[in-house]
Design a protein. Structure first.
Length: 407
């Protein structure tokens, strides 16, 4: 049987459709009125499709170092109140049924070319632990051990699904939910989609099928790179600035391993940042990025360097409803003048950000090929360019700065 014949039809109904109907009935028995009808799609279960440009980057990084966990995206939640564990498990299963990308694994053909394939026959990646018999101090330690162990476990995209769930019961009405996703099928915006769908499924809200699937938008209908966008990055990044002389151990022993440092900003400082940004028609992110660049300049004395920032590029309303990796990394060039004020730095950073956003459709791998940095033994072109990373996350308590990559 060929790849394209992988969906077997029995009496006019595919095995995949029969499985979805069985899943719909099981969910209905649990009171979960979720629509599991298959959306209109052009990829059948078992059929190979190429990876998207972003997925190829993630696949390359993971296969280069199978033990690498920097592509794990992990969160932990404390839940309180009446929780039906089996109902939650079935709700998670319905989200997996709704999004093909969650039932996808990667592989490589005989020529080493990567591909992706999804299946309708899965075992839900779910673990459950009851810690209520332990003393309170022991429960806390056990939760921390579970979190560290799960978050530090690398994914194998060739054999594992891209999302793992662990639920630990820590009291009569207390739980800890651990979620670990692989970046190859997940970006930061995917969390909102996941929890929206999970909440609807758990509460029995009716859902219509997604208008498309990730592979439809990012592989089958992916637009070709625009030559004007490519030319922008080529002209902006050539010639490349000199490598930064960063302080610390990274100078003596360069590594692609990254440390993360999160700094929560107090409310009064956040208010001042907002006001400063509004006065200059900028965003708080642009102001904070300028401050970050000023800090790097203070420590290194460099007046021309690159900062990488993560972005997501969901080009349509259909993409907003999907779980998947729609991300990219932009290389923003920060330049300094000896007489420039911080207000001037914010203005130049704003222009750099707006220009980068306007040309963000070009993947960083294509940018690296166009810029063609000088290779150094033990390090590839991506390593040479992605040296400093920066992002800002907004939470209920305000903004938090997070270094996302450094080498």
């Amino acid at each position: 049987m060929s790849d394209t014949d992988a969906t077997v039809t029995v009496a006019g109904t595919s095995v995949a459709d029969r499985r979805r109907e069985l899943l719909r009935r099981k969910l209905a028995e649990q009171g979960l009125a979720v629509d599991t009808a298959a959306p209109a799609r052009r990829t059948a279960a078992g059929e190979r499709r190429p990876l998207s440009a972003g997925q190829r980057r993630m696949w390359f990084l993971q296969t280069r170092d199978p033990e690498d966990t920097t592509l794990n995206i992990c969160v932990a939640y404390r839940l309180t109140g009446a929780l039906d564990e089996e109902r939650l498990r079935q709700a998670v299963a319905s989200v997996f049924a709704r999004h093909d990308v969650l039932r996808t694994s990667f592989g490589a053909d005989e020529n080493g070319e990567p591909f992706q394939v999804f299946t309708d026959d899965i075992t839900l990646p779910w673990q459950s632990h009851d810690l209520t018999e332990l003393a309170e101090s022991a429960r806390q330690v056990r939760v921390e051990v579970l979190a560290r162990r799960e978050f530090a476990r690398p994914f194998d995209p060739s054999t594992e699904l891209p999302l793992r769930i662990t639920l630990a019961r820590t009291g009569t009405a207390e739980w800890v939910l651990l979620l670990s996703a692989h970046h190859g099928c997940w970006d930061d915006d995917a969390w909102g989609v996941f929890f929206t769908d999970l909440n609807a499924a758990y509460n029995g809200s009716a859902q219509t099928a997604p208008p498309a699937q990730f592979v439809d938008l990012e592989v089958l209908d992916a637009p070709a790179a625009d030559e004007a966008d490519i030319a922008y990055w080529r002209n902006t990044l050539r010639p490349l600035p000199e490598p930064l002389e960063l302080p610390g151990a990274a100078v003596a022993a360069p590594s692609k391993r990254a440390d993360r440092c999160t700094v929560a900003l107090p409310a009064d400082l956040l208010d001042r940042v907002d006001a400063f940004a509004r006065e200059r028609a900028a965003s708080p992110f642009m102001v904070l990025l300028a401050g970050y660049a000023a800090l790097i300049q203070r420590y290194t004395a460099a007046e021309d360097f690159l900062v990488s920032i993560p972005v997501t590029n969901r080009r349509s309303a259909a993409a907003e409803q999907l779980i998947g990796y729609f991300g990219n990394t932009l290389l923003l060039r920060e330049t300094f003048s000896r007489t420039e004020t911080f207000a001037g730095l914010v203005e130049s950073t704003k222009r750099t950000c707006l220009d980068g956003y306007a040309h963000q459709a070009v993947g960083i791998d294509r940018v690296v090929r166009e810029v063609n940095p000088e290779r150094v033994a033990g390090r590839d072109g991506m390593d040479q360019l992605v040296r400093l990373g920066f992002s800002v996350r907004k939470s209920a308590d305000g903004f938090a700065l997070r270094e996302v990559a450094s080498t």
